[in-house]
Design a protein around this ligand. Sequence first.
Ligand code: FAD
Ligand code: NAP
Length: 316
Amino acid sequence: MLDCAIVGGGPAGLSAGLYATRGGLKNVVMYEMGMPGGQITQSSEIENYPGIFREDPSLTGMELMEPWPKQCMHFGLKHEMKEVKGISKDGDYFTINLGSEKVQSKTVIVATGSTPKRAGFKGEDKFLGRGVSTCATCDGFFYKDKEVAVLGGGDTALEEAIYLSNICSKVYVIHRRDKFRAAPPTVERVEKNPKIELILNASVDEVFGDAMGVSGVKVLFNDGKEPMELKVPGLFVFVGNNVNNGVLKQEDGNFLCEVNEQGQVVVDLNMKSSVAGLFVAGDLRIDAPKQVVCAASDGAIAGMQALHYIQENEEL
Ligand code: FAD
Ligand code: NAP
């Protein structure tokens, strides 16, 4: 019987492991199906994690995360490189389904993160983190005083286009229709912004570049108009996000705990879900700012709360 099972080994899961073990929990296992570190390890540059900064060359996401597992293991966190297939609760205890075996635990912290949706154009995966970005807060500054393109027509795309217009010399918004999904006031702000140019009824066919990164974007028009090439070093893709909530799905199709319409898990400020003993941290939770520092903070809170839960429920 585990004291705590942590699912996911990104910034949230690792911080949860650090705080749970250093706080005194003895039997804590973090199930991470890949190498620990999470999605930030895909990023070639990170410069907004407070207190850790390198100017030239910039710190990579991999470098940022490299010391985290060692620190956690020092305090007793165990890592098993396994994919969790599902989590259920029967009576007081949770069952972690690992496919080939099932493990019981008194508490669970789910930190499986989110996955930005891919738009599906040529070169998208190849240049992800090297010119193709899914995070303006993270990467916008790299394009200071340069032209960039944004793909998407929802709230995220238009809000991030406005954010980028404060940093970049020009922002092209490429959207597949001539109507936006975003809220009308946001659309109005975009339409009035002199640094934003709208490219409508259009799709990205390809991003191209070289070993240094992206150098341009090929745009196709729905009406068959002549394709256009934008010479931009950055393309921000905001075509929606999928939270990785699959482990919470039950056999009957319902979720183990309350989730909102987007599938994000509803938690309170203590990262408590609607199920006692189940905590959710990082990108998977409602209103997640989708930043490493925030995911780490969530994880720390969840780790401490798992500890409190076990202390308060001595009969477990
Ligand atoms: P994740 O980092 O997504 O970690 C979740 C982990 O869970 C993954 O390692 C995954 O393998 C594992 N997992 C999922 N399902 C299972 C399962 N069933 N079983 C076992 N393991 C599982 N943020 C910043 O603050 N600054 C930046 O500059 C920045 N740049 C970014 C650049 C890119 C290209 C991307 C993609 C994101 C960037 N972000 C940045 C956002 C940041 O990476 C995320 O907000 C953060 O990683 C979320 O942490 P998390 O622990 O919640 O989830
Ligand atoms: P979203 O609302 O799902 O919008 C995704 C956008 O990407 C849509 O415009 C869609 O086009 C486009 N798109 C989808 N797949 C594409 C593809 N393969 N190629 C090109 N374009 C593609 O996602 P979101 O903007 O991330 O917002 C998610 C949710 O969070 C929404 O409910 C949103 O309202 C909410 N949100 C709210 C705020 C706020 O309240 N301030 C801020 C951000 C997000 P179509 O329009 O043609 O479908």
